[in-house]
Design a protein around this ligand. Structure first.
Ligand SMILES: [Zn+2]
Length: 513
């Protein structure tokens, strides 16, 4: 004993000769972007403890998985999704997050579009206590802070209000947020000037991290796509945060073909020393609200009750309709909006118009008046821009998963099937890196995103022969197929293609310097 202990210390970790799970014979993409290797992977407890030739190293295992013909990869990390929005007050089914797990996603962000939690410690602790099926990390929200301090006001923030918002952001960062999100496209965040956002986000500067944004304009609504990208870059630069353009896209006919220009702006800024990245989902339709996509922002100031008063006033109603007409044109017309919420699920605005016999924007406004901001899938992107973005080495994968759009259940398998296997736009190496290792690096999430000895055992095994999404715009909640095994912190969350229901996820907290 007296001799053994110093000997063990000298050798470091004891040899991984016995493991809980041994994944044999798979093709391993380790998430670094390097070429695949035929190696075995061993898991003990919540960690990866072995990568190599198990037979040569005489590894014994409690459970052995034959991964011959299958791909072994690090669990994907989804940096922009709404799947955990509202955490921890979600049903157990939602907390289980099977839709993500069946795509190979083992970690999701909480807090997209600036609506992230302000009470980060409380949310993560409570989520862990109740149990979550995937890991999660938080981005606090500019929008949450603004609503907390100013309600739905369209006024500029006063210095005192800026101080209050800044303090909320700083507290959330101290509690372990990995950055701050904004959704400057959406009311009431849209009422904030660039300078206001910068002043508030300086609350995050001492902690570092990522500024993730659903930017002010992905189209030609207000300042235009390229000026909006410039604004997002400036906010990151002046607050010392990495800028991430969430769900980057060229939305609508007016900006089709501008993907290259967006990428050039990003590249120039990186060359100047400030990190700028983006994430993207592989679908031609975005998912948003009927009101968010068509209403002028001024009509939403003060919230829904104020909107209804404006609609009731004939002259104001005409002004709203005129701007809605322009917004509908920008998005591609009434056949490109598919209702995903309310009584008309599965119908396009054009079909509803035909049924009701009223004009397109008149029909839409009536739906908004009676049903609220109903969900829509808005077909407004073109394939060429999607592929241009995807090929860029600084564009990661995200789902932007939200109810009513197949991206919540199908993004990662779709990207693998459609853009890696069927029509190679990117390589499998790039796919795995863009969906795992790179996300961990950008967000500073330690010990995840790669298949590395000592790292957490978030490991997925999928069949390249069968992997694909099953979810469609009409049936958006169908689980993907082809994901054979998923381990979250070493626990089997998917076994032989079937979710086990285990709640093995952790709440991840950024360690503050
Ligand atoms: Zn968004």
């Amino acid at each position: 004993m007296t001799l053994l202990l110093p000997l063990l210390l000298l050798l470091g970790t004891p040899a991984a000769d016995s493991v809980d799970v041994l994944i044999r014979g798979g093709t391993v993409y380790d998430g670094s972007g390097g070429a695949s290797r035929r190696v075995d992977v061993g898991i003990r407890g919540d960690r990866i403890v072995f990568v190599g030739n198990a037979a040569q190293s005489s590894i014994t295992a409690t459970r052995t998985i034959d991964a011959t013909g299958l791909i072994v990869a690090p669990g994907f990390i989804d940096p922009h999704t709404h799947s955990f929005e509202g955490l921890p007050k979600l049903s157990e089914e939602r907390r289980r997050n099977a839709g993500a797990l069946m795509q190979g996603v083992t970690t999701v962000v909480t807090g997209a579009d600036g609506r992230g939690p302000l009470e980060v410690a409380e949310v993560l602790t409570e989520a862990e206590r109740l149990g979550i099926g995937t890991n999660t990390y938080a981005l606090t929200g500019f929008g949450s802070a603004r609503v907390r301090v100013m309600g739905n006001s369209s006024a500029p923030a006063t210095p005192a209000q800026i101080d209050s918002m800044k303090a909320l952001i700083a507290k959330a960062m101290r509690e372990g947020a990995f950055g701050v999100g904004s959704g400057l496209f959406y009311a009431p965040q849209s009422y904030a000037s660039t300078e206001e956002v910068i002043a508030v986000l300086k609350g995050a500067t001492p902690y570092g991290g990522v500024y993730d944004t659903h930017q002010r304009d992905e189209s030609s609504y207000t300042i235009g796509l390229l000026n909006s990208v410039r604004e997002a870059i400036r906010i990151g630069r002046e607050t010392g945060l990495t800028t991430n353009l969430g769900h980057v896209k060229a939305l609508g006919v007016d900006v089709w073909g501008k993907a290259d220009s967006v990428l050039i702006l990003m590249r120039q800024e990186r060359a100047a020393g400030h990190m700028v990245v983006a994430d993207q989902y592989p679908w031609t339709a975005s998912g948003t609200g009927l009101g968010s996509s068509l209403l002028p922002r001024w009509s939403q100031a003060g919230g829904r009750d104020s909107l209804l008063l404006r609609i009731a006033d004939p002259a104001t109603r005409e002004k709203i309709l005129a701007e809605m007409r322009e917004n509908l044109r920008r998005r591609g017309g009434d056949s490109t909006l598919l209702l995903t919420g309310g009584a008309y699920v599965g119908k396009t605005l054009k079909q509803i118009v035909a049924e009701k016999g009223t004009g397109a924007v008149e029909t839409a406004l009536e739906l908004i008046r009676t049903g609220g901001d109903l969900g829509v899938a808005s077909f407004n992107m073109n394939e060429a821009d999607i592929e241009t973005f995807m090929k860029d080495p600084y564009v990661m994968t995200s789902s932007d998963g939200s109810g009513g759009h197949p991206r919540l259940y199908g993004t990662y398998p779709r990207k693998i099937r459609r853009y890696v296997l069927d029509k190679p736009v990117i390589t499998m190496e790039r796919m795995i890196r863009a969906s795992a290792g790179q996300v961990a690096e950008v967000y500073g999430i330690p010990d995840r995103g790669t298949i590395t000895v000592g790292g957490f055992a978030d490991v997925i095994i999928f069949d390249p022969g069968t992997i694909r999404e099953e979810a469609t715009y009409v049936e958006p909640e169908k689980l993907s197929i082809g994901m054979r095994w998923v381990f979250v912190n070493g626990k089997a969350a998917v076994v032989d293609g079937v979710p086990t229901g285990v709640l093995a996820g952790n709440g991840l907290r950024k360690t503050v310097k």
